[in-house]
Design a protein around this ligand. Structure first.
Ligand SMILES: [Fe+2]
Ligand SMILES: [Fe+2]
Length: 293
């Protein structure tokens, strides 16, 4: 079935609707009842810590966006300043308080913009580079938001299974409801760029090369320690049992937009490679007898 073209108007309406439908979740809307904090901490403490950190890093993501896309348009500005940042920061604060309620230390978000991004940012003042950076930015958003959706799904069913209704229903459920709208924004934005042929063939070629070389799973920030942490998240959430299926899920958008003409490819191989690397780094950490985090 042919897809409907994605217009800029449609994207702008989507952003406006998200703002109206989903105000940031207030801290005091949460029921802080926990039946068995030790059991929750043992099973999902690490996952909650990882998610809290990633959500709190939204402030760095906004700085990166401003560095990478100096000429950001109104729709993008409204999205990050009125919808995305206010929602994500509440996710972070709520999850971080949950983990202190579980007796764990607060998350340590990494808020400095990396040198790599600064270099890209300097180049992004050139219009052709800016368009490549923009597409990569949207693809990253689509992939990371999809990972958030899947993680919260797993987490909420795990917590419900444990009988931790208050956490599942007053924390994870409202957070989980806000992530698909973020995903849709990035997905539509990336689709519009490719469909409108904003990038010339050489720019698309470069986008593919850069994506292949710089793909990072959500929150890993290109650091081995965070990659190992992510490997533990995948393991604790039961994702590690089917990495290929998970790669397909989180790589669907870029597979369609960047790699659709590649025969015999089901999903971008660099995504599966990143997942395997994370799980391996986590196993190595276990083998070295380092304490669980
Ligand atoms: Fe979030
Ligand atoms: Fe999100």
């Amino acid at each position: 079935m042919p897809r409907q073209p994605v217009t800029q108007r449609k994207i702008a309406e989507h952003v406006q609707r998200l703002g109206e439908l989903y105000p940031p979740i207030p801290l005091d809307s949460v029921d802080r009842t926990i039946l068995d904090p030790r059991r929750v901490a043992a099973r999902f403490g690490h996952v909650i810590d990882y998610l809290a950190r990633v959500e709190l890093e939204v402030d760095r993501n906004v700085l990166e966006l401003l560095v990478l896309l100096p000429d950001v348009d109104d729709t993008n500005k409204t999205f990050y300043s009125d919808v995305w940042q206010p929602q994500e920061i509440q996710h972070g604060l709520i999850l971080d308080r949950l983990q202190t309620d579980l007796g764990r230390p607060p998350a340590q978000p990494q808020l400095d913009v990396s040198f790599r991004i600064k270099v890209l940012g300097a180049l992004a003042h050139l219009k052709p580079v800016q368009d490549i950076a923009k597409l990569l930015y949207f693809l990253t958003g689509a992939s990371t938001e999809r990972q958030a959706v899947l993680a919260y799904n797993q987490l909420s069913s795990g917590l419900a299974e444990m009988g931790e209704q208050a956490i599942a229903e007053t924390i994870i459920r409202p957070i989980k409801q806000q992530e698909p709208g973020h995903f849709a924004f990035y997905q539509m934005s990336a689709t519009a760029m490719v469909q409108d042929k904003v990038l010339r063939p050489w720019q698309l070629f470069l986008a593919r090369v850069l994506r292949e070389r710089s793909y990072n799973l959500v929150g890993t920030n290109a650091r081995p320690a965070y990659k190992a942490d992510m490997g533990q998240v995948a393991t604790d959430l039961g994702i590690a049992a089917d990495l290929a299926g998970y790669a397909r899920e989180i790589g669907r958008v870029e597979h369609r937009l960047l790699w659709a003409d590649r025969q015999g490819m089901d999903f971008p191989p660099y995504i599966l490679a990143a997942l395997r690397e994370s799980v391996e780094l986590y196993r190595e950490r276990l083998d070295r007898g380092l304490p669980a985090r």
